[in-house]
Design a protein around this ligand. Structure first.
Ligand code: SAM
Ligand code: SF4
Length: 324
C-alpha cells in the first residue's frame, strides 16, 4: 500500500525474539532482562498479523531478532510465513552462529536469502566485539550458506578504533565468495550511541585508492536502501547502508513488528500501534487491518537521528528489541 507520501510500503521486518546468544558491544553488551515469554507474540499471532499485512500489500518479510535462530520452532514459522497467500519473499538476518545446522532445512523451505552479521575476520576482534569466541562457526556458516545457493549477504558495522582496519579483509569476502558485503553505518539507538562509526564516503575514499576502477551499480539489488559498487573480478558487490549520512527516508518501503507486538512505523520513533493488545482483546480482523492501514498511511516522513545527540534518542528500546 502507499503511505501519505506516496511511498510503496511492501516490506516488514519481524523481530521474533529479543534474546541473543552474542553480546555485541553496540547492541546488547551485557546480560539484560529479556521480555518475559508471555509478553512475546506467539508464532500463530505473528502469522495472523503477517496475513493481514499481506492483505495490505506487504509481500516481503525479513525475520530478525535478537537472534532469530535461538527461538524454538523458528523453522516451522519460516515455512508457514513462506506459505501465506500474499508472501513473495522471506529472508532472515542472523549472527550466523547457529546457521550451519539449519541450512538444509532453510534450503528445503525455499528461504529467499540470508543476511549474516559479521564485523571482522579476526578471531580476537570478533571476541572483543561479540563477547563470545564463535568466529569460526560464523565464518563456516558464511561459506556454507553461499555454497548452498541461498542468496547470502554479509552485513558489517565498522567502528572507529575497533574494527575499521578490518574493512579491506571484509571487502575481500566478496572477491572469494558469492556474497555481497554491506557496510552499515551505526545508528544512535541503544548502546550504539556510545560508538563512533564509519560512513559511506569515508569507506569509499579508502576503497577508491586501492580499487580505482570500481563501478557504481545502478540496478536495484534487494529490497533495501543499500547502494552498491562493483569491483572488477569480484563475485559479489560491496554495499553501503548509511542511515545517518545518506538519509534514504524518501524511498523507505518498510515497517517493523517488535517481538512484543508493536507495529513500528519508523526506526527512529518509539511509538507504534499495539497489535498484541488488539489480538488479545479479540478485535475482529477488519478492525485490526484498518488500524494497521491507518498507521502505515501516517508513517513519519523521515527520521530525526540528528537530534539524538542533542536531545537523546526518541526510541528507548535497544536494537536487539527492534531487530535492526
Ligand atoms: N542477531 C541478528 C544479527 O546480528 O544479524 C539479527 C538482529 S541484529 C539487531 C540486526 C543487525 O542490526 C545486525 O547486523 C547488527 O549489526 C545491526 N545493529 C545492531 N545495533 C545497531 C546500531 N546501533 N546501528 C546499526 N546497526 C546495528
Ligand atoms: Fe545479538 Fe545481533 Fe545484537 Fe549482536 S547484533 S547482540 S548478534 S542481536
Amino acid at each position: 500500500m502507499k503511505d501519505s507520501h506516496g511511498r510503496n510500503i511492501d516490506y516488514m521486518r519481524i523481530s521474533i525474539t529479543d534474546r541473543c546468544n552474542l553480546r555485541c558491544k553496540y547492541c546488547m553488551p551485557e546480560d539484560l532482562p529479556s521480555i518475559p515469554h508471555e509478553k512475546i507474540l506467539r508464532f500463530e499471532e505473528i502469522l495472523h498479523i503477517c496475513r493481514l499485512a499481506g492483505e495490505l500489500g506487504i509481500r516481503k518479510f525479513k525475520v530478525t531478532g535478537g537472534e532469530p535462530l535461538v527461538r524454538k520452532n523458528c523453522m516451522q514459522f519460516l515455512k508457514d510465513l513462506k506459505e501465506l497467500p500474499a508472501t513473495e519473499q522471506v529472508t532472515l538476518t542472523t549472527n550466523g552462529t547457529l546457521l550451519s545446522e539449519y541450512l538444509p532445512e532453510l534450503k528445503r523451505i525455499g528461504l529467499d536469502g540470508v543476511n549474516i552479521s559479521l564485523d571482522t575476520l579476526n578471531e580476537h576482534t570478533f571476541e572483543q566485539i561479540t563477547g563470545r569466541s564463535e568466529f569460526h562457526k560464523v565464518m563456516d556458516a558464511v561459506i556454507a550458506c553461499q555454497a548452498s545457493g541461498i542468496r547470502t549477504k554479509v552485513n558489517s558495522v565498522l567502528l572507529q578504533d575497533i574494527n575499521k582496519d578490518d574493512f579491506f579483509q571484509l571487502v575481500g569476502l566478496a572477491e572469494t565468495y558469492q556474497v555481497d558485503v554491506r557496510f552499515i553505518e551505526i545508528m544512535p539507538i541503544g548502546f550504539g550511541q556510545q560508538f563512533k562509526g564509519c560512513n559511506r564516503q569515508e569507506l569509499l575514499d579508502m576503497l577508491s585508492k586501492r580499487y580505482p576502477n570500481h563501478v557504481q551499480v545502478h540496478e536495484h539489488r534487494g529490497n533495501g536502501p543499500a547502494t552498491y559498487i562493483y569491483l572488477p573480478g569480484f563475485k559479489g558487490c560491496i554495499g553501503f547502508i548509511d542511515a545517518i549520512h545518506g538519509k534514504f527516508c524518501g524511498t523507505c518501503n518498510r515497517v517493523r513488528l517488535t517481538s512484543d507486538g508493536i507495529l513500528k512505523l519508523c526506526l527512529y520513533y518509539q511509538n507504534g500501534i499495539d497489535l498484541k493488545s488488539m489480538l488479545h482483546a479479540g478485535y475482529p480482523d477488519s478492525l485490526i487491518r484498518t488500524a494497521m492501514e491507518q498507521a502505515i498511511f501516517r508513517k513519519p516522513t523521515e527520521h530525526q537521528f540528528h537530534l539524538a545527540a542533542l536531545e537523546g534518542p526518541a526510541e528507548q528500546r535497544r536494537m536487539s528489541q527492534i531487530g535492526g
